[in-house]
Design a protein around this ligand. Structure first.
Ligand code: AHG
Ligand code: MN
Ligand code: MN
Length: 349
């Protein structure tokens, strides 16, 4: 018997279009983003030989030092997406404001947001990094979208995905009909469907949180993690393992593969920053991907994707992963024994 032919990303997207689930513009958009991610994968893979390691010597709007690969990945995504006619505008972690498509090019009806290089602190130590992206519709009648037009809740996303540049390069994608993973065949240069309709196990055995922030955590997070660490002898009655890669793509990818819970909560380290991760191009796309895989995504007090954004670069507390465990984290947030300060207050902007 001949083995089934592998399904490429191109074929998968054409099938989605033929079934009426996506239109030609969204198909082109995803293809273009995937192509740009292949270029980023090549640059990441060259490492020191490509002269791409180290600091760029510049900073972004968030006050973070940019790595050479942050800047290069942003340029690759910008250049690839400007001229195809599928977008009205773009926004990026590395750009202060939205970037409308120049009038010299045809314009489409979609908005693309991205974190061009996620996990930048891992670049120079040869640990997995990634790209995260989110697609929204441009509001009707808007031809030059500004920041305000991007400020739509996560529920409005029509597509979200990430690429992980690890031992292999994978593209994980949802267009609202499940979450699917494609592995880059480096010889052929195409992404091949390798995991269809991913399901996250409902119960967690692993948790991911940066414990060096422990002294800054709110009481609900302190109590939750203390009970996990207490293991079989504690109130949870079983042992949990801990993993922290410090690339959200890698931590989320592990959870998509074998379950678990990821937390980057708000804390008292810097009260002007409600959490570390950015809502529009980190938290929302990951939340969409995780929910489409049967998991859950929360701010700790409610569904993450229901938040109404107020800023392109706003930060947000993030709890996501196995559904039952996210519900447990929410219970600790609601429990008056671990409050009153911080935990049960509305998600800060
Ligand atoms: P970025 O490299 O795009 O700025 O994102 C880094 C994020 C995320 O990937 C990761 O989960 C988190 O920051 C790591 O935070 P710590 O430095 O606190 O470990
Ligand atoms: Mn990031
Ligand atoms: Mn980044």
């Amino acid at each position: 018997m001949t083995p089934p032919r592998p399904i490429s990303l191109t074929r998968f997207l054409i099938q989605e279009q033929q079934a009426g689930h996506i239109n030609a513009d969204l198909r082109l958009l995803i293809e273009v983003v995937a192509r740009a991610c292949k270029s980023i994968a090549t640059a990441v893979g060259k490492g020191a030989l490509g002269g791409v390691l180290g600091d760029a010597g510049t900073g972004n709007i968030q006050g973070e030092a940019q790595k050479k690969l942050d800047v290069l990945s942003n340029e690759i995504l910008l250049e690839a997406n400007e001229w195809g006619g599928h977008l009205a505008g773009l926004a990026s972690e590395e750009m202060e404001h939205a970037h409308p498509i120049p009038n010299a090019y045809p314009k489409g009806n979609y908005l693309l947001l991205f974190d061009p290089l996620d996990g930048s602190s891992n670049i120079d130590v040869n640990v997995a990094v990634g790209t995260i992206f989110s697609v929204l519709r441009c509001p009707d009648g808007v031809t030059e979208p500004g920041d305000a037009h991007f400020l739509q809740p996560g529920r409005a996303q029509v597509c979200a995905g990430y690429t992980i540049y690890g031992p292999s390069t994978l593209l994980v994608l949802t267009v609202g009909r499940g979450t699917h993973a494609f592995t880059l065949d480096r010889e052929q240069g195409s992404f091949i469907l390798t995991r269809e309709s991913i399901r996250i196990p409902e119960a967690a055995q692993e948790f991911a949180i940066n414990t060096s922030n422990q002294r800054h955590w709110h009481p609900c997070v302190q109590a939750y993690v203390a009970d996990l660490v207490a293991g079989a002898a504690g109130p949870r009655g079983r042992d949990f393992n801990m993993r922290w890669v410090a690339s959200m793509v890698a931590d989320v990818h592990r959870i998509l593969t074998r379950g678990g819970v990821f937390l980057y909560p708000a804390d008292r380290k810097d009260l002007s920053k409600p959490g570390r991760l950015r809502l529009m191009y980190e938290a929302n796309p990951m939340a969409f991907i995780v929910e489409q895989a049967g998991g859950a995504a929360s701010t700790g007090i409610g569904p993450l994707m229901d938040l109404v954004p107020i800023g392109l670069h706003q930060r947000v507390p993030v709890v996501l992963g196995s559904r039952d465990e996210v519900a447990v984290v929410e219970r600790y947030h609601r429990d008056p024994a671990h409050s009153p300060a911080g935990c049960a207050s509305p998600a800060p902007a």
